[in-house]
Design a protein around this ligand. Structure first.
Ligand SMILES: Nc1nc2c(ncn2[C@@H]2O[C@H](COP(=O)(O)OP(=O)(O)OP(=O)(O)O)[C@@H](O)[C@H]2O)c(=O)[nH]1
Length: 440
């Protein structure tokens, strides 16, 4: 997993803490750790060597920026070089568009089609899907079930074997959509027939984007696929899936970046929400334990448009039951809590697992229980003793255990937030990010 790469890097950088001059031995040691981590992650050896050389030379020859310690100086260079390895950032527009999905069988194309539908839906766009996968039995069933769950129209015909016919019909029937996503068939290998079909579908649909789905487990080999599809239909974005299940993610990312096909998203799990925008800066910041503030802010803004909730209050001030509920609601809109937490600059703070385990159904129960509390109790849950607990439970048609669970949850979260505030207080994150991105 990339976590391992991240933790090796963090360990390596720790060794530079407290140093006052950039010493060659320490930089060489760091570069060695970095090489090991990158090669374990299946990054091409030549790329690793070029990167190591650049880091060594720059760390020793460049003057640290004003006010920057040795660790920050080297960290900044490591950060910039790693960002360079990840290729350019690809823009995702929110206007009218048709996205043609390409990829080999099992790459995660169908799942990713549904994840993308969800992504654009969250952005407030009308989305529709056409299932042009006529090769794999059950493909239509799979995508239409996923689309049904999120209320996105899905056009397909499991009895039709000609993808061109399906897409022709589909294009007529989904006229209203702002974002149209066309899933296509995958095969085991890059056969001529597969390539020809995708070329035809591309012409027919006049696709605005052609996005290629690649399994991260391919590691370095991802570049071959990227190259072949790129030649055929001019791929303008790559989505790397299953980043959660492989140690080769770094290899796949760098290999694809090297072909100059930008990476648009990464898939990080099996559920429909497990899709993240790939932005090289944010990705590397997270890897280096600096927190992906950019991605967090993007998501927070999205959630706040519909609800008057200050997500930043998660990190400061008083934390009442009402705050907790509002924040859970906001966070639920942003996506899975675990992902949000991983974007925060938390350093070594351990978040207890139960903090993540609040589902929609539980939230409804919490709401009902909170409705039978008084304002005093909502503002200061510490006043809730055993008799109040029973009164609240009776009023809500719940058991005292459920009330207890809600209060326990509030306490755990309160504690976790205190920890975060502590971790965040050590340095000014925004200033640091500005410095690292060179936007002093
Ligand atoms: N862990 C994990 N699993 C994923 C991810 N994306 C897809 N999968 C799983 O990978 C498997 C294959 O995904 P599909 O979407 O069915 O693959 P496909 O590329 O559409 O396959 P064809 O339709 O045969 O071309 C499924 O079991 C998915 O749940 C991901 O990001 N992480």
């Amino acid at each position: 997993m990339l976590d391992r790469l991240g933790s090796s890097l963090k360990d390596a950088l720790k060794k530079l803490a407290g140093k006052t001059v950039v010493d060659r031995a320490a930089v060489e040691e760091l570069v060695k750790d970095l090489q090991r981590a990158l090669i374990q992650s299946d990054v091409n050896v030549k790329l690793v060597m070029n990167l190591s050389q650049a880091i060594k030379t720059r760390s020793l020859e460049e003057e640290p920026l004003k006010g920057m310690g040795v660790r920050e100086h080297v960290l900044r260079i490591v950060y910039q070089e790693l960002v360079g390895l990840m290729g350019p950032e690809v823009e995702v527009t929110l206007g009218q568009q048709t996205i043609l999905m390409a990829g080999l069988q099992g790459s995660g194309k169908t799942t990713t089609t549904a994840k993308l539908a969800r992504y654009f839906q969250r952005k407030g766009l009308r989305v529709a899907v056409i299932c042009g996968d006529t090769f794999r039995p059950g493909a239509y069933q799979q995508i239409s079930t996923l689309c049904q769950k999120i209320n996105v129209p899905c056009f397909g015909d499991p009895n039709e074997t000609d993808a061109v016919k399906i897409v022709t019909k589909g294009l007529k029937s989904v006229g209203q959509a702002e974002v149209l996503i066309i899933d296509t068939q995958g095969r085991h290998a890059l056969e001529e027939g597969l390539i020809q079909e995708i070329v035809d579908l591309n012409t027919l649909s006049k696709a605005t984007h052609r996005w290629l789905v690649i399994d991260a487990a391919l590691g370095q080999q991802a570049s071959e696929q990227a190259r072949r599809f790129h030649q055929a239909i001019d791929i303008d974005g790559v989505i790397i899936t299953k980043m959660d299940g492989t140690a080769k993610g770094g290899g796949a990312l760098s290999a694809v970046a090297e072909t100059k096909s930008g990476i648009v998203f990464i898939g990080s799990g099996e559920t429909i929400e497990d899709l993240e925008r790939f932005d090289p800066d944010g990705f590397i910041s997270r890897l280096l334990g600096m927190g992906d503030l950019k991605a967090l802010v993007e998501r927070a803004e999205e959630a706040i448009t519909t609800e008057d909730v200050d997500v930043n209050s998660m990190l400061r001030g008083k934390f009442t039951l009402r705050d907790m509920y509002k924040q859970l609601e906001a966070v639920n809109k942003m996506g899975p809590l675990k992902q949000i937490m991983s974007m925060l600059p938390l350093g070594n703070v351990d978040i207890p697992n139960d903090v993540y385990e609040v589902t929609g159904t539980k939230m409804v129960r919490y709401r009902i229980i909170m409705d039978s509390m008084t304002n005093e109790e909502l503002d200061d849950p510490a006043v809730i003793g055993s008799s109040r607990m029973h009164r609240i439970a009776t009023g809500a048609g719940a058991s005292p255990d459920e009330v207890r669970e809600l209060l326990r949850y509030h306490k755990t979260m309160q504690r976790a937030l205190k920890g975060m505030r502590g971790a965040g207080g050590k340095f000014n994150m925004q200033r640091m990010m500005k410095r690292f991105s060179g936007k002093q």
